[in-house]
Design a protein around this ligand. Sequence first.
Ligand code: NAD
Ligand code: TYD
Length: 340
Amino acid sequence: MKRVLITGGAGFIGSNFIRHLLARYDYEVVNFDKLTYAGNPDNVNDLQSDRRYRFVKGDICDPAAVNVALDGCDAVVNFAAETHVDRSLIDAGAFIQTDVHGVFALLEAARQHGVERFLHISTDEVYGPRFPANPAREDDPLTPANPYAASKAGGEMQCQAFFRTYGLPIIVTRSRNNIGPRQHPEKAVALFITNALEDLPLPVYGEGLQVRDRLYVDDNCEAIDLVLHRGQPGEAYNIGADNERPNIEVAQAVLDLLDKPRDLIRFIEDRTNHDARYSLDTSKIRALGWEPQHDFETAMARTVAWYRDNPWWWQKIRSGEFSVYYQQQYAGRLARSHGP
Ligand code: NAD
Ligand code: TYD
């Protein structure tokens, strides 16, 4: 492998993964990103001085642009996606466009170029809600429940079709909720931390009893690296950390770590069709030699410390378009909320 095309590398996980690749290998990296509201030049600007790194602004739905970016690349890692469940509940159009049609356009270009590896980044949400008594295995059927999850499942179906039909060497990862540096403050943990830092209420949906795993992003990057180099084409790999907690405990942990009062927590009207929890069997990736290095406490402490130490990064986002979204999404519900 010499040159890798990373799509969506100006987002949260993609920017962490590019740093991981450049630190560990002597690969050239082309970061192809549309810079949507979630794509942030601040996530990668410091990489410009590395001669092995190149940024290309473009849309994975645009075959001509993708073709140019793919020139000389022998592998693709596709992080590009619309990713926020709450936004998909308001309007799923952009999700279908990027997460389904965009994946198809990227696959088609990769087929023309004959890449060695096409790693598609997917999510535990494609299985739909699951409980620990019945954790999802990689060959289980995909039964997504919300528009984001359904669009990610649609992209995966295209990947399967290109593997079976054209022998394109596709591999898929399905990970649980990531946390860590550079996650957009629309996502729960980053939102709770940045609100707490500004002494604003933490909006917890329902009674905060829904459960998510909290996988530290560096652990996911290690897993993606492993699968990129040693995964089996045509296969999917579940990635999870066993750091499951109900959302209320996550909000409490944020406040405790920042020494803020717990009465900042506000219970607000729940998300429509909120998936209660997910559950993954991760024995397949663990059999390849991977295990997470961050338990819940370490992952949370590192994440909180990064936001506390980098207000320049998140204050810019929160004062921009996000403030309009935040008002629409939360103002009414916070006015009707109740405390602990
Ligand atoms: P993110 O929202 O932080 O970043 C997405 C990036 O994709 C942005 O830089 C954006 O500009 C770019 N992008 C969006 N549409 C594009 C398009 N049409 N063409 C080119 N670039 C485009 O997302 P993230 O949290 O880093 O997630 C990365 C991937 O991992 C996604 O595929 C997501 O579904 C998956 N995933 C995320 C999590 C998580 O907890 N964050 C968990 C499981 C899976
Ligand atoms: P989120 O970070 O949006 O990820 P996902 O929906 O993909 O799991 O949400 C994580 C959990 O936190 C989920 O159960 C919804 C909940 N949540 C809140 O309680 N309040 C919020 O403001 C947000 C954004 C999410």
